[in-house]
Ligand binder design. Sequence first.
Ligand SMILES: Cc1cc2nc3c(=O)[nH]c(=O)nc-3n(C[C@H](O)[C@H](O)[C@H](O)COP(=O)(O)OP(=O)(O)OC[C@H]3O[C@@H](n4cnc5c(N)ncnc54)[C@H](O)[C@@H]3O)c2cc1C
Length: 290
Amino acid sequence: MNWPRELKIKPGYPLKDKTTFKIGGRAQFFCEPGDRRELNLLVKAAKGGKFPLFVLGAGSNLLVSDKGVKGLVIKLSSACFKKITIEDEFVRVGSAVTLAGLTKSAKERSLCGLEFLVGIPGTVGGALAMNAGCWGKSFGDFVKEVEIMDQNGKIKCLKRSQIDFGYRKSSLTKYIILSCLLKLKKGERAGIEKNTAGFMAFRRQTQDLAYPNAGCIFRNPDVPAGKLIELCGFKGRNTGDAFVSQKHANFILNKGRASSKDVLKLMQLIKKRVKSKFKLNLQPEIKIWK
Ligand SMILES: Cc1cc2nc3c(=O)[nH]c(=O)nc-3n(C[C@H](O)[C@H](O)[C@H](O)COP(=O)(O)OP(=O)(O)OC[C@H]3O[C@@H](n4cnc5c(N)ncnc54)[C@H](O)[C@@H]3O)c2cc1C
């Protein structure tokens, strides 16, 4: 494959350290485009070479196969994808901005609503793709419009009414998300700080952050998946170095050199047991790249 020369394509690039799980093999090709023009060139070249495209955010909801990923992995990390501009209650934010950066900027301008995102280790792009949320609130609720690049390299602006946001999913995963416009509300800075601290404390109390992980592994059916897994006696059980957390049974921890094979095997065991005990089919919340 002859990639345009100006693009810094890295063949056989290790993805493990680009994920919070610290698991996975190499990307056949990897690139961090410097701007939208380079991204456009990349998308067209990948299409011409018939390479599947994968967009990587902070890798906090991902399990990458030990065998790696066949295709082109794109990470938007340059400054041009990290801009935040705030006017009154409207925030325009690039997809590579971290949720920590976004919530900090909102707090500094006394804008409230996004405090529930504190502690979610993703980017704006990942949060839009996954409609990230917790405790009954979701990122999509604040979205006015989203700017995307399609598979032909064309940039479009999608209005909220053109986007489907569901429970930990959205219709945006078929695009490369570039930025979005959010509508927040004016609030009291002290109140925002108090809410943020409350959400963070609750997260520390309930989630297991001592080892690399990818957050909740399974989607919640009508009941929390963690409760079902716990009732099946899985807390502390392992396959290799992949352990079910003692604190939150829907978290799998990488306690050393867990492989994606270990995690997938443990997930299979959990699914099988939950199915036979509760007649429920658990579905993965994490994205599995192979
Ligand atoms: C400790 C911990 C706690 C967590 N808590 C929560 C929680 O409370 N609630 C919650 O919802 N999630 C939670 N997560 C999961 C995860 O952080 C979120 O889903 C987050 O929004 C994913 O963002 P990311 O940038 O890491 O996306 P990635 O993991 O990199 O990617 C996830 C998906 O989004 C797509 N994507 C990423 N960026 C783009 C883009 N620019 N354009 C198009 N597609 C893109 C990817 O292709 C992939 O399909 C947690 C994870 C951890 C490790």
